[in-house]
Ligand binder design. Structure first.
Ligand code: COA
Length: 168
């Protein structure tokens, strides 16, 4: 059984460990620390499996210049311990995370990630909304899901991530 819950301070070391284990360097672990310190509103969830912290997901605010009324989050980073990958934990984290984003009234979530994975949760290429990414990435890897239907009508431009992402 996987249990998804909000991260708390006692989880910080385990979250650092699992991000370092899942990625090639500790840059993502550092990014999590920076976003926790520097963002006013983040959503940070952990997945417990067999009394172990096996997964983590973070959402932090991004901006669409000229449309400051929009509440948009970026999903990043997300990590599952290597021995626990491809068992559905990442999917549970995304599903739980998006439900919380919706409950909190966020308009949309963007993600830079595997185009085979995120469409399962309603993400489509952000270009369908005429929304691009500040990073030079292939069209299909920058995706968006609108949580508040119609919120993005008439809004287009380039999404900017928090400055901490520049250190990745
Ligand atoms: C990406 C990640 C968080 C997914 O978590 P998970 O628990 O393995 O995901 P699930 O079991 O729910 O779903 C598996 C799906 O993830 C995608 N996926 C996972 N690893 C992948 C990889 N290396 N390449 C491409 N797609 C991958 C696939 O779509 C896969 O579906 P499939 O098994 O049908 O092929 C996890 O694999 C991970 O931590 N990877 C290393 C860190 C990373 O790349 N994070 C994402 C970028 S922020």
């Amino acid at each position: 059984m996987t249990h998804i819950r909000s991260e708390s301070a006692i989880d910080y070391d385990a979250v650092r460990y699992l991000n370092t284990a899942a990625f090639e360097t500790d840059a993502e672990a550092g990014l999590v620390d920076a976003l926790r310190d520097q963002c006013e509103s983040i959503i940070s969830l952990v997945a417990e499996k067999d009394d172990l912290l096996a997964g983590h997901i973070l959402f932090s605010p991004v901006t669409l210049p000229g449309h400051n009324h929009l509440k948009i989050l970026g999903l990043a980073p997300m990590a599952v311990l290597p021995d626990f990958q491809r068992q559905g934990i990442g999917s549970e984290l995304v599903t739980a995370g998006l439900n919380i984003c919706r409950e909190q009234g966020w308009d949309a979530v963007v993600v830079l990630g595997y185009p085979e994975f995120y469409p399962r949760f309603g993400f489509v290429p952000a270009s369908q909304f005429k929304i691009g990414c500040e990073y030079d990435v292939p069209d299909e890897v920058f995706m968006l899901v609108e949580l508040n239907t119609g919120a993005l009508d008439g809004c287009w431009g380039t999404v900017n991530y928090h400055s901490a992402f520049a250190d990745l």
